[in-house]
Design a protein around this ligand. Structure first.
Ligand code: AMP
Length: 219
C-alpha cells in the first residue's frame, strides 16, 4: 500500500505517519526528516538545503525528485510506504507519477488533511521534537522537561528553526502558492483522493485515516 499524506505544515502529517507506519508495517518516508538529517550530518545536500529550509522556502524539485526516486526504489519500500512532505509542487507530483508508472507501483491513496490557519500556527509554534529518536511533541498537550519521555535522552528536545512565527508565515504562503495545486493534480489523476478534517484528537484522526484506507482496500 502506497499512502501519501498531504496537507499544510503543522496539520499532523508527521505524527500520523509515525503511527500508521507501525500499524501497517510500511516505512515512513519524510523528506523533511531526510533533509534535516543531511543538515545535521553537514553533507553537501545538507549544506545547500539548510539556508532554504531555515527561510521556509522549498528545496529545488530536481534535488527532491532524485532523493525520493532512490528511496522509493530501495528494498525497504518494496511492500509500500507512507510519504510525508512529498510531493510539494505539481512538478514533483508529475515526477512521482512517472516513478509509479516506471516501477509499476500500486495506485497511491492520497490522504488530504485539512486545518484552519489559526490552529496550524498554534500547533507549529508549540511543536518540539527529539533529536535523538525523532519523536514529536507539543507543549499544548504533552508533559515533559529536559528528558525525552520516549527515548529517555537528556537535552535532545528542540524547536525547529523553521517553526518560528515569521518562518511559518512564509511556509504557509508557499504552501498556498506551490503545494495546494497538487490537490487538483491528484483529483484529476491516477490516485484515490480522500479529504479528512485534521482538527481533533490524534487517535480520532488516525481512526478516520484507517477507515478511509480500509474502504479503498475493500473497493
Ligand atoms: P517538513 O518537515 O516536511 O515540514 O519540511 C521542512 C522543510 O524541508 C520544508 O519547509 C522545505 O524547506 C524542505 N522540504 C521538505 N520536503 C520538501 C519537498 N518535497 N520539496 C521541497 N522542499 C522540501
Amino acid at each position: 500500500m502506497n499512502l501519501i499524506l498531504f496537507g499544510p505544515p503543522g496539520v499532523g502529517k508527521g505524527t500520523q505517519a509515525k503511527i500508521l507506519s507501525q500499524k501497517f508495517n510500511i516505512p515512513h518516508i519524510s523528506t523533511g526528516d531526510m533533509l534535516r538529517e543531511a543538515v545535521e550530518k553537514k553533507t553537501s545536500l545538507g549544506l545547500k538545503a539548510k539556508e532554504i529550509m531555515d527561510s521556509g522556502r522549498l528545496v529545488p524539485d530536481e534535488v527532491m525528485v532524485e532523493i525520493i526516486k532512490d528511496t522509493l526504489c530501495s528494498e525497504k519500500c518494496k511492500n509500500g510506504f507512507i510519504l510525508d512532505g512529498f510531493p510539494r509542487t505539481v512538478e514533483q507530483a508529475k515526477a512521482l507519477s512517472k516513478i509509479f508508472n516506471e516501477f509499476g507501483l500500486e495506485k497511491p491513496i492520497v490522504i488530504d488533511l485539512n486545518l484552519d490557519e489559526q490552529e496550524i500556527i498554534r500547533r507549529i509554534t508549540n511543536r518540539r521534537s527529539c533529536k535523538n529518536c525523532g519523536s514529536l511533541f507539543n507543549l499544548l498537550y504533552d508533559k515533559f522537561d529536559d528528558v525525552c519521555p520516549i527515548c529517555g535522552s537528556r537535552g535532545t528536545i528542540y524547536q525547529r528553526n523553521d517553526d518560528t512565527q515569521e518562518v511559518i508565515a512564509k511556509r504557509l504562503e508557499i504552501y498556498k502558492a506551490s503545494t495546494l495545486p497538487v490537490k487538483n493534480f491528484y483529483k484529476e489523476n491516477n490516485a484515490y483522493f480522500i479529504s479528512i478534517d485534521g482538527f481533533g484528537e490524534i487517535a480520532e484522526i488516525t481512526q478516520k485515516i484507517i477507515e478511509a484506507v480500509e474502504r479503498v482496500n475493500r473497493s
